[in-house]
Write a protein that binds this ligand. Structure first.
Ligand code: ZN
Length: 94
């Protein structure tokens, strides 16, 4: 367990203690980020916001390519599906 300095008397106290055992001052230790419940990491919401349109377009292109491929035009279907995959990846890393 980590020790920290009491803001009031300067004595070393455990950061798990609610108050300094020496002078009784409350120990305001910032809670660790991982322990904060109900919050998604910032990276998740950011990646879904920007680039989301690209992912949707890429996905549509892949589906269209698959449909065209199944309809008999395999070459065009492949080209559409591949470009859709590239657009999807671009959206992923945007
Ligand atoms: Zn103290």
């Amino acid at each position: 367990m980590a020790m920290m300095e009491c803001p009031e008397c300067g004595k070393e106290v455990s950061d798990k203690a609610a108050a300094c055992p020496n002078c009784g001052a409350p120990i305001a230790a910032p809670p660790p980020k991982a322990a904060r419940p109900g919050r998604e990491p910032d990276g998740v919401s950011r990646s879904t916001r920007s680039g989301g349109a690209w992912e949707a377009i890429g996905f549509l292109l892949i589906v269209a390519g698959m449909l065209i491929g199944m309809a008999g035009n395999g070459g065009l279907g492949w080209a559409l599906g591949l470009s859709g995959f590239v657009v999807f990846l671009v959206g992923r890393f945007k």
